[in-house]
Ligand binder design. Sequence first.
Ligand SMILES: Cc1ncc(COP(=O)(O)O)c(C=O)c1O
Length: 402
Amino acid sequence: MKLTEVRTPAYVIDEKKLRENLEILDRVQKESGAKILLAQKAYSVYQTYPLIAKYLTGATASGLYEARLAHEELKVREGIENHVYEPAFEDDEMAELCQICDHIVFNSLNQLEHHRKTWEQPVREGKISVGLRINPEFSTQEEHEIYDPCSEGSRLGIKLADMPAELPEGVEGIHFHTLCEQDFEPLRQTFHHVEENFGRFFPLKNEGQEPSGDMAVNGAGRKIKWINLGGGHHITREDYNVDGLITFIKEIKSKYDMEVYLEPGEAIALDAGYLVTTVMDIVHTQRMPVLVLDTSAACHMPDVLEMPYRPPLRDSEQPGELEFNYRLSSRTCLAGDVIGDYSFVHEINIGDKLIFEDMAIYSMVKNNTFNGMPLPDIDIMHENGEVEVIKKFGYQDFKMRL
Ligand SMILES: Cc1ncc(COP(=O)(O)O)c(C=O)c1O
């Protein structure tokens, strides 16, 4: 089956593009010494995890379910790492996470201490490593305020004023996440800001660290063993400064004796998926004809409304640029369920298939069945162009959640 022959609506993962992204990320790992994790919140098509496991160091989870998914589906080889960070963990979750994860990041000192009784022993035994998320209080973008963890009043991460003079006993890592779809320069600026404020916890090379895992002797002047620079790095975007990132990480690693992690989500599956849809009806309005599609922004691509943005559509241009102009909308009842305005060289007819680009990320992980809308199939387009259906959904998927 070819891409244009699939049953719609359908998300189609492009395996070739995914592999090409992974190859870029692997080069960053190999040349810089950084370890790269898949942030599953952006992309969790676990049927492709064996491919991802060939290249990346592991995954990070936003909670127990994603952590379980990586534990079950990504740990296909020795050494795959399973990290987790969540603003607040439940007690039961923490017990299980200590079994299936190797790195656990806490959002506050309260959370760290609340769960100490559960994580302390596995840390002592060297089975897991615990870190703290800090809030650098350093915003580098205003475009997407909803995705700015450094905005005023943010609950995400410990601010400098709340950080103790010494790292709490047992803590071995620092995590920050502040970027969103950004290039390397904002990361460099953020790191230098973090270094100025939290650098006292970074182990300078040749400083004479205590042996790892021994919390008793690793007392005053306690240093971290790893730093996680979060996600939001658009490393696989065509114009990203990959060499700048590699050089920068090498500089960090030559100055400090610590592992450097990156946990991008988008970069893993950027441009590696499509949402194929069919035109069901055309409604003529005073402004322009509206295409009623069998997909929905609200249900199948919520970021279009939340971020908001206008997704790229194959063989189309900005409105007004080409002869035939349409508003692309959905068959839900929500008046604002509009994907955007587009223009085409030819007229669009009922029954035509349209292909939204860059739909692998933050789509399947966020979709919903509002209005009882069916969930799109999930398909994989293999390297030879053949499309395979891997998941179909039906009425039960709608009913079971209610
Ligand atoms: C803590 C954390 N890590 C990683 C990511 C992944 O970010 P992105 O998909 O933008 O690379 C996010 C996104 O929200 C996040 O909150």
